[in-house]
Design a protein around this ligand. Structure first.
Ligand code: PLP
Length: 473
């Protein structure tokens, strides 16, 4: 009797196609400078992807052809380009992508202790703790990214400090969380998901270095206690997304100890400055956090889909997520520390990437990105008519053109003109815009292992020439 399978009909043909697909991808990375970092999808491209449901087989070769003509051609390089300086883009690696191929090839579930891949995950988490100088007794679990990591950490914080069985009884509207007004917006969303409510997230002002004002924070906590509320957790920023600043983590750890609060650190990208002997002072005190969020797909340059959360009190972490059912019984396993069950073998790309390059190279690259940002910042400072809107403490530069003797309206007008020319004339690079202290800023975030100083010079020279030309009109 003939029965169906999805296996290749012709294994030898599939091997040839597989080689071609792998080679094409490596060539794509090799020639990444020929591909623009940002091609906003045109209406036509968006139309082209709308097709009727494929009911009959095209086969793998034809489907791959269509990938090239319908997807690769229209995709742009978005997040691999040396000129990606928007949001926080890690740009991926070639070997990391090949590791992802094996992740899917093995199709392993990192769920319980019966899966070998779980032990690979536990091993890379041991390495991360060592790399970040975080207590070795902490528990950890890999997640899809920083947003999910923050969600898990804040759940443990809420459950541990609520003072009653919030898992069973639900929220009481009295729990309060704290952080600076430069915190990542995922914290707001997480607290909405957790039933704490984003109104119960107190956003404390920052100083001229964009660090949370600890005295104001202390005052607010005391006021909330007097008002009968229940302060739960302080979120410290190790690398803010807007300006790349670092809260005084040492002071926050001390405050949380005094007030018996959970101390969470969001170090989505910034935690990794710990690897640099020159800049690790920025995260002094991070090792005292009760929980720590960091990504591997940002400043560790791994392909997307990998972040991690560490929790100092492994039992508290376990108690927040452990569950059992008749159909799945297991000893304390990775799935008891997260909300995902069928989890991909994410740790493989971390294991392979760390071995491929060694930690020392990552440390050097992180330092290189910081030095590049400082270099760009120096060019801004040394050029008449330009100003920094935030000090360059790590890998982010926020600056603007203010001309010489121009009023705010004229600056605004020039900014609008510059932005409209940007994608046309400077297509190899994409900074973004943001607002710093109420002022429109151009923002560069360099978590990019392909960026060179020459790229930065090219971008700055473009800004200089364009703005000088525009303002003389
Ligand atoms: C990017 C970022 C996040 C969210 O991480 P994702 O991996 O994008 O989900 C959280 N916090 C900070 C500071 C970030 O920069």
């Amino acid at each position: 009797m003939f029965e169906l399978t999805l296996d290749p009909e012709d294994w030898e043909k599939m091997k040839i196609l597989a080689q071609k697909m792998a080679t094409d991808m490596v060539s794509y990375h090799q020639n990444i400078r020929d591909v623009k970092p940002f091609i906003p999808p045109t209406k036509q491209i968006i139309e082209e992807i709308k097709e009727s449901l494929p009911l009959d087989p095209l086969g793998s070769e034809e489907t791959y052809k269509q990938f090239k003509s319908k997807i690769l051609k229209n995709h742009g390089a978005s997040a691999c380009s040396p000129g990606c300086w928007n949001t926080v883009i890690g740009t991926g690696t070639t070997f990391g992508a090949l590791a992802d191929m094996w992740m899917s090839g093995l199709n392993s579930l990192s769920t319980t202790n019966t899966m070998f891949s779980s032990y690979v995950e536990l091993q890379v988490i041991e390495w991360f703790k060592e790399m970040l100088s975080y207590p070795l007794e902490a528990s950890g679990v890999l997640v899809s990214g920083g947003s999910m990591s923050n969600l898990l950490a804040l759940t443990v914080a809420r459950n541990t400090k609520a003072g009653y069985d919030i898992k069973k009884e639900g929220g009481n509207g009295k729990l309060v969380f704290y952080g600076s007004n430069e915190m990542h917006y995922s914290i707001d969303r997480d607290l909405e998901v957790l039933g704490v409510g984003s109104n119960n997230l107190r956003k404390i002002s920052v100083d001229d270095q964009f660090r949370v004002n600890v005295d104001e924070l202390r005052k607010k906590i005391k006021e909330d206690k007097i008002a009968g509320l229940k302060p739960v957790c302080v979120v410290g920023c190790a690398g803010t997304t807007n300006t790349g600043s670092f809260d005084d983590l040492e002071a926050l750890a001390e405050l949380c100890r005094e007030e018996d609060l959970w101390f969470h650190v969001d170090g989505a990208f910034g935690a990794w400055v710990q690897l640099s002997p020159k800049y690790k002072h920025l995260v002094k005190g991070m090792e005292k956090a009760d929980s720590l969020t960091f990504d591997l797909h940002k400043w560790m340059y791994m392909p997307y889909g990998i972040g991690c959360v560490l929790v100092r009190d492994a039992d508290a972490h376990y108690r927040s997520f452990a569950h059992e059912a008749d159909y799945i019984k297991h000893d304390r396993s990775l799935v008891d520390f997260t909300v995902e069950l069928s989890r991909p073998f994410r740790s493989l790309k971390a294991w392979m990437s760390l071995k491929e390059h060694g930690v020392k190279k990552y440390a050097a690259l992180i330092e290189q990105n910081i030095e590049q940002a400082k270099y760009f910042g120096k060019r801004v400072e040394e050029t008449a008519g330009f100003e920094l809107l935030a000090p360059v403490v790590s890998n982010i530069v926020c600056f603007r053109y203010k001309g010489i003797g121009l009023d705010e309206d004229e600056i605004k007008r020039l900014r609008g003109l510059t932005l409209s020319k940007w994608y046309e004339e400077l297509p190899d690079f994409i900074p973004t815009s943001t607002v710093v202290n109420g002022k429109q800023a151009i923002r560069l975030c360099i978590t990019n292992h392909r960026t060179t100083r020459q790229d930065l010079d090219k971008a700055f020279d473009w800004f200089l020439n364009t703005l000088t030309k525009l303002s003389s009109k």
